[in-house]
Design a protein around this ligand. Structure first.
Ligand SMILES: Cc1cc2nc3c(=O)[nH]c(=O)nc-3n(C[C@H](O)[C@H](O)[C@H](O)COP(=O)(O)O)c2cc1C
Length: 120
């Protein structure tokens, strides 16, 4: 199956490759210190990128995440050293369309008080 982000990747002027150091976030002396293991680098990268998305939006720019990539190839191409990972690509450019906002879930479907509660 093709990745519909490829077209944006080819045409947008900028692609940001978010890279993260492994075994650092959520780790002490290289060992995970929470039950989430060594994956906190994904969280950190997402926090940084979300700030970029919001800033880009405020400047009239558009963004697209491309997670469906061959990370090893990207790391080789960019000489990402051992101990770091290419997490995701973020394409950045002026959008060629202004689509209507897509429907969002109601807050009541996502926010619960006092106890977690998901309708199965
Ligand atoms: C972690 C993550 C990975 C994504 N990877 C891809 C991808 O590989 N290809 C793609 O076309 N869209 C990908 N997307 C989706 C787009 O970045 C974007 O979120 C989606 O098109 C919805 O955007 P919209 O809400 O502005 O319409 C990914 C989104 C996230 C959050």
């Amino acid at each position: 199956m093709g990745n519909r982000g490829i077209e944006a990747l080819k045409t947008a002027p900028v692609t940001i490759v978010a890279c993260a150091e492994l075994n650092n976030a959520g780790c002490r002396e290289g060992q995970p210190i929470t039950d989430k293991g060594g994956y906190w680098f994904m969280f950190d990268a997402a926090l940084a990128l979300e700030n970029m998305v919001l800033t880009a939006q405020s400047l009239g720019l558009g963004t697209l995440f491309i997670g469906g990539m061959d990370a090893k190839k990207v790391e080789t191409l960019l000489h990402v050293p051992t101990g770091y990972a290419a997490v995701i690509l973020m394409v950045l450019g002026y959008p060629n369309e202004q689509p209507e906002a897509r429907p969002r879930k109601e807050l009541s479907e996502l926010v619960f008080q006092d106890t977690f509660s998901v309708k199965q």
